[in-house]
Design a protein around this ligand. Structure first.
Ligand SMILES: *[C@@H]1O[C@H](CO)[C@@H](O)[C@H](O)[C@H]1NC(C)=O
Ligand SMILES: *[C@@H]1O[C@H](CO)[C@@H](O)[C@H](O)[C@H]1NC(C)=O
Length: 612
């Protein structure tokens, strides 16, 4: 096969090595499980290591061919304390790249530091999880929209180790589709989408036997070439997260053009490996969620949540096929008290590092933590190596700008979605900087006015006006949230409208009814969100001047909803009675007019509130 020559192997020097191996240790048993069900390869090695030498040993070496090591995104070793079957607790052991002497340059070595020296005759059980990105090669490299995606994975049937291995097995778990071929020697078995090799006994150090598996994998190969996550802290109570994605489908490239008709009409020939939905798992109590691309806000997103998580599902404007790219931004707010703590007189931000998106590989991740103006003594603690730098961000009202901690990491997988901490000093007086600036600004203005107009004005105590400013900000934020929700409602209305247009085109009453049901559920959800905000405004004295407008807005939207649904029923009803287009138009004409008028009023109110 032509393919095999492309994967011609690289380990020919093995016999040279036996003399330099670490003879103190042997692996008395290793079971390797490789999971190929997504596009991220996860290999779990459960091994038992025995010291057969005379010296105490404090490290265990793991070897990977360089070709594999360059894709190794994360590695973690767990050491099981406690004996026998009862695993009392597992401890994560430091695992780092080393360059032991006398080893071949084609291999990359990792050293696992044991918690205590392993005596002569002693054994230790380790679980190593190695996570690889970009390790499934599409073959063929180009497919049409109708094809399933085939990929190639290569490994060794024998565990490549600097130690003698007494007993070993290998299991390769496949996603369950077609299996084109797999290396059958040494004795291999394929049962229920799992290929097993072994058991093999008493193999010398550096034994190697290449295996290649060629199989169908239609998992969405979501790869972010670049992701910039901005985490902005406001001591007024919010952590704002903005994530800019530059996403590509990293699977087999699509050839022969894309047919939306095929994609939508015939589900059997639609791109099995394309993706049309992306799932994000956000922290609980995430709010003010939005999703937009270069064109503007996209309303085809849904989110729901409970006390443990918020799930966001977004739908790009078009399905993403192999080789296709898309860029978009999502943003959300989080309650400050969930992530910012005081530790030894310092502030500590404790938040997750990686992307909240499901099973995404991020080639280059940049995390920017924007701290409040006046923060200093900034340091970060990240559970893996990152490149760190600092910059300054300016926004309105900033005097010296906000310090930004920039963390950069390549080859990021979901296993990097760990908590990291940023520590900084912050003087509460700095918090007053901006309000003070405003207040003194206003003060000067007042003084100027007084001087100019010779009128007698009294200024309330600055602390009171400071408080007022905060309350006003809160009111403004709430109004903005209400506007957002109303805008989302309007988007649902538009979709419902579209479903009627589809109906007149296709005559498909059933999907029109489904659209209505969806719209109904979405609107109910939005109304539920609206309620606490409206109640807050109603009882806020600072909002008294705009309350009537907000109340009117909410009422008008509600009215619109009722009329929308009424018109929808009328049209669907007419269709079911098979009435002509003219007749239908006559029946809904007056409803149509009322709706248009209402929409105008709602738009005007939104605009009015924008200007506050
Ligand atoms: C998109 O939504 C965000 C947040 O809801 C809002 O701030 C922004 O103004 C919207 N942009 C457009 C173009 O509608
Ligand atoms: C950060 O938060 C996580 C989850 O709440 C917690 O498990 C962890 O201990 C925290 N880390 C620190 C240093 O407080």
């Amino acid at each position: 096969m032509a393919m095999v020559s492309r994967f011609a192997f690289f380990l020919l020097w093995i016999s040279v090595l036996s003399s330099t191996t670490h003879s103190e240790l042997v692996i008395s048993r290793i079971d390797r499980r490789v999971d190929l069900s997504s596009h991220i390869v996860r290999a779990l090695f459960s091994m038992k290591v025995e010291n057969v030498g005379s010296k105490v040993v404090s490290e265990v070496l793991l070897a990977f061919p360089n070709m594999q090591a360059k894709n190794l995104a994360a590695i973690k070793t767990l050491y099981n304390e406690g004996r026998g079957k009862v695993k009392a607790s597992s401890v994560s052991l430091p695992t780092a790249v080393v360059e032991p002497e006398g080893m071949p340059p084609e291999l990359t070595f990792y050293s696992v530091s044991l918690p205590k020296g392993l005596e002569k005759g002693g054994t230790v059980s380790l679980d190593v999880l190695a996570v690889f990105a970009h390790s499934l090669q599409p073959f063929p490299e180009e497919i049409t929209q109708a094809d399933g995606q085939l990929v190639v994975y290569q490994d060794s049937a024998y565990y490549l180790s600097p130690y003698t291995v007494k007993v070993q097995t290998l299991g390769i778990r496949l996603p369950g589709g077609r299996v084109e071929s797999y290396t059958k020697f040494p004795n291999a078995k394929l049962v229920d989408s799992e290929i097993t090799y072994g058991p093999f006994e008493n193999l010398p150090a550096f034994s190697y036997s290449p295996v290649i598996v060629h199989f169908e994998n239609n998992y969405p190969f979501a790869v972010a070439h670049e992701l910039v996550r901005e985490i902005e802290i406001s001591h007024w109570g919010n952590v704002q997260i903005t994530e800019h994605y530059n996403l590509v489908h990293g699977g087999a490239k699509t050839k022969g053009g894309f047919s939306r008709l095929d994609y939508q009409a015939r589900s059997s020939v639609r791109g099995a490996s394309s993706f049309s939905h992306l799932i994000f798992r956000l922290p609980p109590r995430a709010h003010s969620i939005y999703y937009r691309d270069e064109i503007g806000n996209i309303s085809t997103s849904h989110f729901w949540g409970d006390s443990r998580k918020t799930q966001l599902e977004i739908e790009p404007r078009f399905p993403i096929f192999g080789g296709w790219k898309t860029s978009f931004t999502i943003g959300y707010g989080l309650p400050l008290q969930d992530f910012l703590f005081k530790v030894d007189g310092k502030r500590m931000l404790n938040i997750t590092f990686g992307s909240p998106m499901d099973e995404v590989i991020v080639d280059n991740l940049i995390v920017k933590v924007v701290l409040p103006e006046g923060s200093n003594g900034i340091s970060a603690s990240v559970p893996f190596p990152t490149k760190q730098g600092e910059e300054i961000k300016y926004s309105h009202l900033d005097i010296v700008g906000r310090p930004v901690l920039v963390l950069e990491k390549s080859n990021v997988v979901p296993e990097h979605n760990l908590y990291f901490q940023v520590y900084y000093h912050f003087n509460n007086l700095s918090l007053l900087g901006e309000p003070m600036m405003l207040i003194s600004g206003f003060f000067l203005l007042f003084v100027a006015c007084i001087v100019y107009m010779h009128t007698d004005m009294s200024i309330s105590k600055s602390s009171a006006s400071y408080l007022a400013k905060i309350q006003l900000e809160e009111v403004q934020a709430t109004v903005q949230q209400i506007q957002n929700i109303i805008n989302q409602c309007l988007a649902v209305h538009d979709k419902l409208d579209a479903s009627l247009r589809d109906l007149s085109r296709t005559g498909d009453v059933q999907s029109c009814k489904i659209a209505r049901k969806t719209a109904d559920a979405q609107l109910k959800e939005l109304v539920k969100e609206l309620k606490p905000l409206v109640t807050f405004l109603h009882h806020s004295p600072q909002a008294s001047h705009i309350w009537p407008k907000v109340e009117e807005l909410v009422a008008k939207e509600k009215d619109m909803q009722e009329k929308m649904f009424l018109r929808h029923s009328t049209v669907v009803d007419c269709f079911e009675k098979k009435l002509g287009g003219r007749e239908i138009e006559n029946r809904v004409a007056s409803q149509q007019q009322k709706l248009a008028a209402l929409r105008q009023e709602v738009d005007d109110l939104l605009e009015f509130l924008d200007e506050i």
